[in-house]
Design a protein around this ligand. Structure first.
Ligand SMILES: [Zn+2]
Ligand SMILES: [Zn+2]
Length: 327
């Protein structure tokens, strides 16, 4: 093609007559960030991103490039804010440097303003059945909560409003209903707990009822190694999470249906067999050297080490191998 302006021959655009600076057109850069959590607002949505990613995003939105110019590389530097475009036009390598204005505006994000306003949609009531919560259980639950909040970082309702310690357990207040739901499901999977969901009306917006959801999560009374009675059988819990236990008489595995706690793992004593007949085993309780007589619910040998279970006034023997795994 011949340039009508200068008469030179060219392909694409005539570089004699083109101001390179005009091949790229861009807006000022406005970054909106939350001073509390550092998230960024992009197209009306709050997101957790790195500042560099925000600039990359704004470049893709703010910059218009001449169709004949093929961009090969974009370099960004700050202080002052400079964007260098490297590319090719009319078979010539060009470099165009732009210094747009970069404005950083502060605005409290939805999540932070909800959080500071005490907003919550769900309560998780963590309890343990017929006992107190244990330190490790609380730690595990905190881990689960942190994991879920991390995974939901762009969810504007993924936060804890408050944690209230009560005599009977701990109440966690969550911004979103789904957070309460997800956390309680995860706890159920982890501990084999029971869950009860209920809701109350918390207000009305635009003629619509708003609800608050309560998830009552009760951890089982028994743990691995505890003794329970289920379906008439005395069993040692082997996996509380999936309700597995072993019958101390038959040594067979059972799935617990409606177990009742008989004794804690800590209450089971170590003993040694002195002698035994068809019905009774004479034992020495190794923890206090007392002699006890137990029902012969399993085969034993004289001198064998064994565990002793005391229920009411009766003693039972627990073969060693049944407890080894969970002790
Ligand atoms: Zn020209
Ligand atoms: Zn924020």
């Amino acid at each position: 093609m011949i340039c009508p302006k200068c008469g030179e021959e060219f392909e694409g655009v005539c570089l004699n007559c083109t101001n390179l600076d005009e091949l790229i057109w861009l807006d000022n850069f406005i970054v909106i960030t939350c001073p509390k959590c550092g998230s960024f607002k992009l197209e009306g949505k709050w997101r957790t991103l790195d500042f560099e990613d925000v600039i990359d995003y704004l470049i893709s939105k703010n910059v218009r490039i001449h169709p004949e110019l093929e961009i090969k590389e974009i370099l960004i530097s700050y202080n002052p804010f400079t964007i260098t475009f490297k590319g090719e036009i009319s078979k010539v390598d060009v470099e165009i440097v732009k210094q747009p204005k970069l404005k950083i505006l502060k605005e409290t994000c939805t999540k932070c303003s909800r959080e500071s306003g005490g907003y919550y949609e769900s309560i998780l009531q963590l309890r343990a059945d017929k006992r107190k919560l244990e330190k490790e259980e609380i730690e595990k639950v905190n881990e689960i909560i942190n994991e879920i909040l991390r995974a939901e970082k762009d969810n504007q309702k993924a936060f804890i409003t408050k944690i209230v310690e009560r005599k009977e357990g701990i109440d966690y207040y969550f911004g979103g209903r789904n957070i309460g739901k997800k956390v309680s499901r995860k706890i159920v999977n982890e501990f084999g707990a029971e869950i009860k969901e209920s809701k109350t009306i918390s207000g009305r917006v635009d003629g619509r009822d708003l609800y608050r959801f309560t998830y009552l999560v009760r951890l089982p009374s028994y743990k691995n190694g505890d003794v329970v009675k289920d379906d008439g059988k005395i069993c040692i819990v082997t996996n509380a999470k999936i309700k597995k236990a072993v019958d101390i008489k038959t040594k067979q595995n059972v799935t617990l249906k409606n177990p009742k706690l008989l004794a804690r793992k800590e209450e089971i004593k170590r003993g040694v067999v002195v002698e035994s007949d068809e019905y009774v085993v004479e034992l020495i309780n190794l923890e206090n050297n007392e002699v006890v007589f137990a029902e012969k619910n399993a085969e034993v040998k004289t001198g064998e080490e064994i565990f002793i279970l005391e229920l009411g006034n009766k003693f039972y023997i627990i073969p060693k191998e049944l407890l080894n795994e969970s002790r």
